[in-house]
Structures are given as C-alpha cells and as structure tokens.
Write a protein that binds this ligand. Structure first.
Ligand code: ZN
Length: 187
C-alpha cells in the first residue's frame, strides 16, 4: 500500500538515511509512527483502513498496548463503533489499569501502530486472555518484521516492510562513509 508509505514519508514518519536504532544496530530507514498519526483525520483514515478487515467479525472491543497503540487503537475502535481499552506497564508488568476490564468470552481485536518483533502485542494479548476474554486477531499499520512476527493469532497489517539492519562493524552505510542521522533531532 504505497499511499500509506507516501503519507509516512510526507509526515517525516519514515526517514531514509543512516540511523542507529535503539538496539544499537544500524539501518537505512527510521520509523517514527506517532508523526504519521499527528493529524486526527489521518489517524481516523488508518483506523478505517484497519477496521475494514474486521467488519462482520463481531469484535466487541479493541485493545492496544500503550503508548504506541493508543492513537491507532482508538481510531480503529471508533471505526468499528466498539469500546477501546489499553494495557500498560505497572512495575514493568503489562496490565489493565484505570478501571478498564474485559469480560469472559469478550471478542477482542488487539491493535498496535508498528509490529517489529510482536513483543508488545503478545504482552497485550496475554493480559486479555488471562482475564478470560478471547483475542480473535491482531492488527498494525506497519509490519516491519517482513511478515515474520508471530503473535499467536491471525494478524493484519496495512504495510509490510523488510527493514535491513546491520551491526556497526558490518554496516555498508558506514563503509560508504554516509553520515549518521540522529532521528531524535528530527522529532
Ligand atoms: Zn552504519
């Protein structure tokens, strides 16, 4: 879905260059999804695009892992006209707070902005399932695992990317002498 990527590039949410990721690995691409959702109508549009995949599936509630999933999760819930809750960490452990709860048998769609390893989606799914609700699917705007992330339930993404990463000593961008961009300076 090239228009999604074009929107990300236009919003400065997908940068091309030479970056050091939080993992320490080097990469020619950097993703800052929050920027792509800054305009509420853009967020609503991504929400509708994800929701389209789940019409007729009788989703009761959308749940997202905080913080990254909150804006897009809300937008998907709005498009499906169902409630929205989010999970967040308390003393390092993902949980439901703020009076949020899910009921036994409730059908939940878990939504995140970007899936990289699927870790936060899996944590969110566990919180929901530990409370007896049923996670029927997971979704994200972008899958940067090249389709590899396994979260244990069917998964939908608007865009799938294979973002190359290199260890510092084997980085072809370093070898070509390309200056390192600090994404933080663009935020
Ligand atoms: Zn490099």
């Amino acid at each position: 879905m090239n228009d999604v990527l074009n929107h990300f590039r236009g919003a400065g949410a997908l940068l091309d260059g030479h970056f050091i990721l939080s993992s320490g690995l080097h990469s020619p691409q950097y993703l800052q999804c929050a920027l792509a959702l800054k305009d509420p109508e853009d967020a609503a549009q991504f929400g509708r695009a994800i929701a389209e995949h789940f019409t007729g599936q009788e989703i009761d509630t959308v749940a997202s892992p905080a913080i990254g999933g909150i804006v897009i999760g809300f937008a998907v819930a709005q498009a499906l006209n169902v409630p929205f809750v989010w999970t967040e960490r308390e003393n390092g452990v993902m949980t439901l707070r703020r009076g949020f709860s899910v009921a036994e048998g409730e059908k939940i769609l878990v939504v995140e902005d970007v899936i990289t390893t699927g870790g936060s989606t899996r944590e969110c799914i566990k919180v929901i399932e530990d409370r007896g609700a049923q996670v029927v699917a997971a979704a994200s705007i972008i899958d940067r695992s090249d389709g590899q992330a396994d979260v244990g339930v069917p998964r939908v993404s608007l865009v799938t990317l294979a973002v190359p990463t290199y260890s510092a000593d084997l980085c072809p961008l370093c070898e070509r002498g390309i200056a390192i961009t600090k994404p933080g300076s663009r935020q």
